[in-house]
Design a protein around this ligand. Structure first.
Ligand code: ZN
Ligand code: ZN
Length: 415
């Protein structure tokens, strides 16, 4: 088996790995580069030339997508629609919902859904996906076997979120005699600091919501489902209603039954309709998507009259916040990566919060494994070769011994 990291050997984002035998070739992830923080670099729209050539020659038997983050799935729309795509059901729902709300196309390829720990045969390859804990919902790592060789790809993962047990199961069910481990290294440093767990974060949010009698606003990604669950629990334990916007409502609508959503089983959730998004969606004839949850609607006027709510919002909803009365003294929970605070749109939100004398609290933990967890994974996996990916700090892996090999993007690695 041959491995080529097309991108990711020295960077976070835009991951793409090729695995090939003489007869079968598969791709693991076809990610987009992460957008630049100052938003000056145009968004990537084309596959890497080497990957594009393989796709055009129809030399790829399947594309496997580890999870729905753009840096892993972002360029899937450029893949020939005849090529099958293997992906988690929840991950595909998130991808397609995002496409419908942003004006791009839902996935057109034939799809095979992953079932955790159930092997799938793709030509020469036997691929066994395992659900892992990550900030992206429905994320998988893989054990991949062909021609007597075994490769493990972790995808993005961690072990301090709400699915920590899934990562433990993956780790404990790795086969012996692994030839190569492709391991993400977002958080790889020499520091061995433990990271805060999602449960600890939820507890802090609960205490904060209890200590205030004002509205609570939470700035977070609509697709960070672990976080959303934590905020929902923190809010409802304090008898607050939980408010999400119509996009987020659709994101959670088809996820596992336990995930809070607009349905008779969760009577404390309401939906708001952001002005610009709503206008755009009606212009594009997406009336059915907009009307599907209208019976759960709460207006900005009603929010202005009450204080007992927790509202999840995105920066694009700033103009809606400006139309809600009585936000003075509210609590603002900043629940995403602190680096985004340099972005113009986030600065505008923070300025608004300042004008309204809101109290700003940072509550966030990484979606990725700590250095400690990465080293523990390598130890348990015990592969002949360690190939770091999805890292800006590959050198830091070298302390894991001489089985660490740091390839360049595009280099052919023969097992
Ligand atoms: Zn991810
Ligand atoms: Zn990633």
């Amino acid at each position: 088996m041959n491995i080529t990291i097309h991108r990711g050997a020295n960077q976070i984002g835009g991951s793409c790995i090729e695995l090939a035998t003489e007869k079968t070739r598969i791709l693991l992830d076809v990610g987009k580069e992460l957008p630049s923080l100052d938003e000056t670099v145009p968004v990537e729209t084309e596959l890497l030339p080497g990957v594009k050539a393989l796709i055009e020659q129809q030399a790829v038997a399947a594309v496997l997508i580890s999870h729905s983050h753009g840096d892993h799935v972002g360029l899937i729309g450029q893949v020939n629609p005849a090529i099958p795509v293997y992906i988690g059901k929840g991950a595909l729902h998130i991808y397609n919902t995002t496409a419908r709300f942003t004006g791009s196309q839902p996935l057109a390829n034939p799809v095979v859904f992953f079932e955790s720990s159930r092997p799938q045969i793709i030509g020469d390859f036997t691929v066994t996906p395992y659900l892992v804990d990550h900030s992206g919902y429905d994320a998988y790592g893989f054990v991949i076997e062909a021609g007597g060789k075994t490769v493990v790809y972790t995808g993005d993962f961690r072990d301090h979120g709400k699915k920590a047990k899934a990562t433990a199961y993956f780790k404990n069910h790795l086969p012996s005699g692994i030839d190569a481990l492709l391991i993400e290294g977002t958080m790889m440093t020499r520091s061995m600091e433990a990271l805060e767990t999602e449960d600890q974060l939820e507890e802090k949010a609960r205490e904060l919501m209890q200590s205030s009698d004002k509205p609570v606003l939470v700035l977070q990604s609509s697709t960070n489902i672990d976080r959303l669950v934590g905020m929902y629990k923190a809010a409802t334990k304090n008898n607050r209603i939980f408010v999400m916007d119509i996009f987020t409502a659709h994101i959670v609508s088809q996820l596992a039954a336990s995930i809070p959503k607009l349905s008779p089983s969760f009577d404390n959730i309401r939906v708001i309709y952001p002005f610009w998004l709503t206008r755009k969606m009606f212009e594009k004839d997406h009336d059915h998507l907009m009307n599907q949850f209208s019976r759960y609607k709460i207006t900005k006027e009603e929010l202005g009259r009450r204080q007992d709510y927790c509202l999840l919002f995105r920066p694009s909803m700033l103009s809606d916040l400006q139309h809600i009365d009585h936000l003075e003294g509210a609590e603002l929970i900043y629940s995403q990566w602190s680096g985004y605070k340099h972005q113009k749109k986030i600065k505008a939100v923070l300025d608004f919060a300042d004008q309204k004398t809101m109290t700003l609290t940072d509550l966030h933990t990484s979606g990725h494994a700590s250095a400690q967890a990465l080293k523990a994974f390598i130890q348990q996996c015990n592969p002949r070769m360690v190939l770091p990916i999805h890292t800006e700090n590959p050198d830091a892996f070298l302390e894991c011994g001489n089985r660490v090999y740091l390839p360049q993007d595009g280099e052919l690695i023969r097992l």
